[in-house]
Design a protein around this ligand. Structure first.
Ligand SMILES: Cc1cc2nc3c(=O)[nH]c(=O)nc-3n(C[C@H](O)[C@H](O)[C@H](O)COP(=O)(O)OP(=O)(O)OC[C@H]3O[C@@H](n4cnc5c(N)ncnc54)[C@H](O)[C@@H]3O)c2cc1C
Length: 538
């Protein structure tokens, strides 16, 4: 993973000259004056931990699994939001941990938490490091040091219960490895967020992730049937049955808890049969409003496809519906991508990969197509599986090229009930336009429910002298607009530090008090991810 950008540096991309010119002409983008710094010149504070503390950490996990090198600290600094990348490119490593600690077992995690509570060392659970909401930047004040507790050694598939369709994993398994480990069983998770290449299963659970095929395979939190968690106050073993009436479901308290209550050391996940066949198609609608009504009809009438993504006019025009190109497209209206994954109608159609088990792919496709056509959609051809595979993870690489060229590109997301969506869409767009002058604001709907959907915005603007402060202003305006228009501050990115205040406003004082009470009971010394998710108690 690139330390100051996204992904495999070998896959980094240059912006074509024609695109640079378009950015300059339409958005006023100019190349930044200062080039990005090198890894070696990132500024880090001296290591705050005392020698005996480092030795005590090594006593738990072994000396090879405590890293204090400049590079290890830089690589565990913050996450991968655009402000995170801008800060790294400017050499600001001020949030770096003092040490990176890699435990190898649940027992070692439990012992580390005990040690860190005693020594007042803050602990940041670290999965793939792809947080985009400040979920990895712990507040230092009041602690003797900060460690990143990297779960990379928790990389095993522990058990497959094919009868129940449940697989148990360790949390540090990255998404592509999860698919590779399930493949011999003919199974899949079907979780394909854009951060797929690097994010981990523990991170998905801790941040309530949602993937590109959520229509068919559900959000990640809906896949979790059981969790093992180490907390400073003891272990939690949650999930004895798929559903239960035994009081409040504590799994829900841990899902989305972003490491503030405990460290997830094992997860039991519902799996699906790997699809034998995939088909992706494009549909065109006259407008975003018309397309929105069509995807609502699909969400409410069913059957759902595996992938359902509707781009607004701007996103359609710029070609992010085909993220491998960013040249303006000539197609009018709004494009939707509709993907089906399942088994062919061969008489063996007992279980499809995605939702709607038992319905052959072609039957489902025909039913969905009938609804889309009735709602004014026009089919505009298939997307090859290859094109879809290539396109779906390429946008983050483009962000690096845009940053280097002097454009800020960032995303933000929300969700609301169908009846609130038009207002929410307008409010966020207006807030961004009001704050940034004339940015390019694009949006899509890609996670749908019977009662509502998410809105995912991508913003491109020319960098000012202080691009981090510029984005923070825009983000604050968009967050206020979301709250006032009745949306949630996040549909799938999570809370971290960036959304903490808006989350508190969503919960209200009584809700915050519940979280603080749980926090002080499970983590009395407050060592786990301080400053993330909940305001600190007392
Ligand atoms: C380019 C890009 C694209 C993205 N696309 C999507 C997308 O399509 N859908 C989506 O949902 N998200 C997306 N994200 C956001 C991010 O990938 C998700 O939030 C993901 O769930 C984080 O997983 P991770 O393993 O990287 O976790 P990390 O970033 O390492 O951690 C996330 C949070 O969870 C905590 N944590 C991690 N592991 C554990 C554990 N085992 N126990 C307890 N706490 C833990 C951390 O302390 C942190 O607060 C994207 C991010 C980027 C940079």
């Amino acid at each position: 993973m690139s330390w100051s950008g996204w992904g495999d540096p070998a896959k980094s991309r240059e912006l074509p000259e024609q695109v640079r010119k378009l950015l300059h002409d339409f958005l006023g983008v100019r190349a930044p004056e200062a080039p990005a710094v090198t890894l070696e010149s990132v500024r880090l504070a001296p290591i705050a931990l005392a020698g005996p503390q480092v030795s005590a950490l090594a006593g738990v996990v072994g000396p090879d699994h405590v890293l204090t090198s400049h590079e290890a600290r830089v690589r565990h600094t913050r996450g991968k939001s655009t402000p995170d990348l801008l800060r790294m490119r400017a050499g600001d490593g001020s949030d770096a941990p003092d040490a990176v600690v890699l435990p190898g077992s649940h027992e070692e995690v439990a012992r580390l938490l005990e040690l860190c509570a005693r020594e007042r060392i803050a602990v940041v659970p670290f999965g793939g490091g792809t947080s985009v909401v400040g979920g990895l930047a712990a507040a230092r004040a009041g602690f003797t040091g900060v460690i990143a507790l990297d779960l990379a050694r928790f990389d095993r598939l522990l058990r497959v219960d094919a009868e129940s369709m449940v697989a148990e994993f360790e949390p540090g398994v990255r998404a592509p490895d999860a698919e590779r480990l399930l493949a011999p069983y003919g199974l899949t998770l079907g979780h394909f967020p854009q951060s797929f290449e690097y994010a981990t299963l523990g991170g998905f659970a801790a941040a309530r992730s949602s993937g590109q095929a959520s229509a068919g395979y559900d959000r990640f939190d809906d896949m979790v049937v059981g969790l093992t968690v180490a907390t400073p106050s003891g272990d939690l073993e949650l999930g004895r049955a798929p559903k239960s009436a035994a009081g409040p479901d504590l799994r829900q308290l841990l899902l989305g808890s972003e490491g503030v209550f405990g460290v997830i050391t094992a997860l039991r996940l519902r799996v699906r049969r790997a699809p034998a066949e995939r088909l992706y198609e494009r549909w065109r609608f006259a407008s975003f409003a018309a397309g929105r009504e069509a995807v609502r009809a699909i969400a409410q009438e069913g059957p759902l496809p595996a992938v359902l993504r509707l781009s607004d006019e701007n996103e359609t025009m710029i070609g992010l519906a085909k993220p491998e190109t960013i040249e303006p497209g000539g197609e009018a209206g709004c494009l939707a991508i509709v993907g089906y994954e399942g088994r062919p109608a061969t008489g063996r159609d007992v279980a499809d990969g995605s939702a709607g088990a038992g319905i052959p792919l072609s039957t489902r496709r025909d039913a969905v197509a009938a609804v889309l056509a009735r709602m004014g959609g026009e089919p505009v051809g298939e997307v090859s599986g290859e094109e879809w595979e290539r396109g779906r993870f390429s946008a983050p690489y483009l962000r690096d090229a845009l940053l280097a060229a002097g454009a800020t590109v960032e995303t933000l997301e929300t969700a609301g009930f169908w009846s609130d969506l038009p207002r929410l869409y307008d409010a966020v767009r207006l807030a961004l336009l009001g704050e940034l002058g004339s940015p390019l604001v694009m949006c899509h709907i890609s996670h749908v429910y019977e009662t509502g959907a998410s809105l995912y915005f991508t913003v491109v603007t020319a960098q000012e002298d202080d691009p981090v402060a510029q984005w923070e202003r825009a983000k604050a305006a968009a967050s206020t607009a979301i709250v006032e228009a009745g949306g949630t501050i996040t549909h799938h990115h999570g809370v971290g530090r960036d959304h903490r205040d808006a989350y508190a406003a969503e919960l209200g004082p009584a809700g915050v008090a519940i979280l603080q009470a749980v926090k002080s009971r499970l983590d009395p010394a407050g060592i786990l991810n301080p400053g993330v998710l909940i305001p600190r108690s007392g």
